[in-house]
Design a protein around this ligand. Structure first.
Ligand code: PNS
Length: 163
């Protein structure tokens, strides 16, 4: 059984993430979307439970995808699950240096898994959770950026109609 882990903050999950997850689900038998902790990010808008719930609903149509959460080392999680791959999306050259460093560190800590980078769909190159949060918090339309089934929850949280 070929298992891949797609880690990320998913704060919240976007259509860019969903594209990467869907493509991974076509290549691997099972995919775990792992809501992880990024020590360089301190201002999460959604709790880990909320991020998991949004990711679960966004991937409900993908039968071989499950969602989990972990606040430890990614390499330890991947080893524990005996996954053979860590799947990440690359949007731009500027993502590469940091991702390259993490992939080497993860390989050192758990040589049993390969990090595989998927190039983003050209239409999603500019898309990020931060951009979505910025637009939504100012009342902008994010319907082209996040899955429709979680749109209202994200909007309501970031730009409540009754403030
Ligand atoms: O969506 P993000 O914030 O870019 O994802 C980064 C993430 C969460 C995948 C990364 O910070 C991570 O792997 N965190 C888990 C902790 C860990 O293993 N740190 C060492 C990485 S070499």
């Amino acid at each position: 059984m070929r298992l891949a882990v797609c880690p990320g903050s998913f704060d919240p999950v976007t259509l860019g993430h969903l594209d990467i997850i869907s493509r991974a689900a076509r290549l691997f038998d099972e995919v775990i979307v792992l809501v992880s902790f990024n020590p360089y990010k301190s201002n999460y808008s959604f709790t880990p439970e909320e991020r998991m719930d949004l990711a679960r609903r966004a991937t409900a149509h993908l039968p071989n995808v499950t969602v989990d959460c972990d606040d430890g080392l990614l390499a330890e999680y991947v080893k524990k699950k005996q996954a053979c791959a860590i799947v990440k999306g690359l949007r731009a050259v500027s993502d590469f240096e940091y991702e390259f460093q993490m992939s080497l560190a993860n390989k050192k800590m758990f040589p049993g898994a390969e990090t595989i980078f998927f190039t983003t769909d050209a239409g999603n190159m500019y898309l990020s959770s931060s951009l979505v949060k910025n637009i939504a918090s100012l009342g902008g339309d994010i319907s082209d950026f996040v899955p429709g089934c979680i749109l209202e929850d994200i909007q309501q949280r970031l730009f409540p109609k009754q403030r």
